[in-house]
Design a protein around this ligand. Sequence first.
Ligand code: PEP
Length: 259
Amino acid sequence: MTRPLLIAGNWKMNGGPRESAELAGGIRERLGDLPDSVQVLICPPFVSIPAASVALDGSETVWLGAQDVHYEDEGAYTGEVSTSMLRELGCTHVIVGHSERREFFGESDTTVNYKLRKALGAELTPVVCVGESLQQRKKGTHQRMVGKQVEAAFTEVSIDDAPGVIVAYEPLWAIGTGETATPQQAQEMHDMIRSAITDLYDLETARAVQILYGGSMKPRNARELLEQPDVDGGLVGGASLEAESFAAIVEIAEQISSD
Ligand code: PEP
């Protein structure tokens, strides 16, 4: 099965509405028509989503997503944002369980699973992040830890819904550090994640799930990562904050998909 390559930008807490509009506009300008085999998503901070949306001006080339969502519909959850609010803004995707949410905001595997299921129920595509710490990798427990995160993320997700989940493998030691997993390390982990999904469902389902790599992906290293058979795109942090470098990664994905 050939899965499309998705290049997703996680802008994190960078860019108010004005700056985000400029960045979204810059990305839109640089991308021509894309083949179906390449998809593009940007995830600005909540408050900047409307401005980015206006700058995209109905572009069907670039999808809009959020970086987090709450798992309840509404109510007394100060500071939180619901799936229906995101839908109203035109979001099609939402990142859940980013390692920074897990580390700094105490999100557990259970919370991440609630959010993932809430997103699916609201017809928002969840991009669920998993990944091991440096310590876990050094101890050799990385496969087991990431396998557990995958299993927890898919808890109570039906076989019909599972292909609608996107997994992002993001080794913590590679996020924002400039250090990247080698293509072999990425492929090995993506293959392991696909096997874990096969065990939970079946091979056909696992083959349908897109698995992105995240962790210091840049134009200079994107090609070798995106060429791996089980790497179906990238979740890009730092390099998504400049239209030029983000568009350069999309261009590499285009070249690979046409090879
Ligand atoms: C991320 O935080 O999702 C990420 C991959 O960041 P960076 O590309 O900056 O490592």
